[in-house]
Design a protein around this ligand. Structure first.
Ligand code: CO
Length: 219
């Protein structure tokens, strides 16, 4: 059942979150009385997910994965900005402490951040974040400008943004060092469809430095 979200004058929705938690604990313990005791022992997720903050793209639910399996970082339009301390801290911890095996950048069609970045409208502070997406557009302007259909052009920028952010990820000192040290680490790009629920693999999976431009390599 969908909670009523717009009229919350009596704190109905707010209260339903806490009621929902009680329900969750009750249902979970019914299925496995040791569930929380076991999960509290520690985490060793094999995957780091870098996704959009959009409420419709929750990592665990759309991959049918239980808690404990996916380490998650989300921001507007699933960006990997190489000076973002938040992203870098999550990546460093995931790769060097948790030793994840895969990092997945997941974008989604209909992404508000992508659509906003393609427009000429000002949105305030966020324009500085969206600038990174405008940079992706500039890199692929020839291909994008040749797409006459507005929706198809937006969809393609969603895909190209994922592909560029996979590249950004591979170029970080963290991923570079992991590969240099012989650590197994796959970096991948996915796009999720809000209208079908299906994930498309962008086929840009990378496991080593073979295709990395020389300027980004460290010795
Ligand atoms: Co989005």
């Amino acid at each position: 059942m969908r909670a009523k979200i717009h009229d919350d004058t009596n704190n109905g929705l707010y209260k339903s979150l806490l009621d929902g938690n009680k329900q969750f604990v009750e249902n979970t313990l019914k299925a496995d009385p040791q569930y929380f005791t076991n999960l509290a022992q520690g985490q060793s997720p094999p995957v780091l997910w870098i996704g959009c903050a959009d409420s419709r793209v929750p990592a665990n639910q759309i991959t049918n994965m239980p808690p404990g399996e996916i380490f998650v970082h989300r921001n507007i339009a699933n960006m990997v900005v190489h000076s973002d301390m938040n992203m870098l801290s999550v990546l460093d911890y995931a790769v060097n402490v948790l030793k994840v095996k895969h990092v997945i950048v997941t974008g989604h069609y209909g992404c508000g951040g992508i659509i906003a970045a393609m427009s000429n409208q000002q949105f305030g502070l966020i324009d500085n974040w969206l600038r990174h997406i405008k940079d992706v557009y500039r890199l692929h302007a020839e291909e994008l400008d040749a797409i006459a259909d507005d929706e198809k052009r937006k969809d393609r920028l969603v895909e190209l943004n994922v592909i560029e952010n996979v590249h950004n990820l591979c170029a970080t000192s963290i991923v570079q060092n992991a590969w240099e040290n012989g650590q197994f680490l796959g970096v991948h790009g996915w796009v999720y469809s809000l209208s079908t629920g299906i994930i498309t693999d962008m086929q840009v999976s990378t496991y080593d430095n073979a295709n990395m431009e020389n300027v980004f390599k460290f010795k």
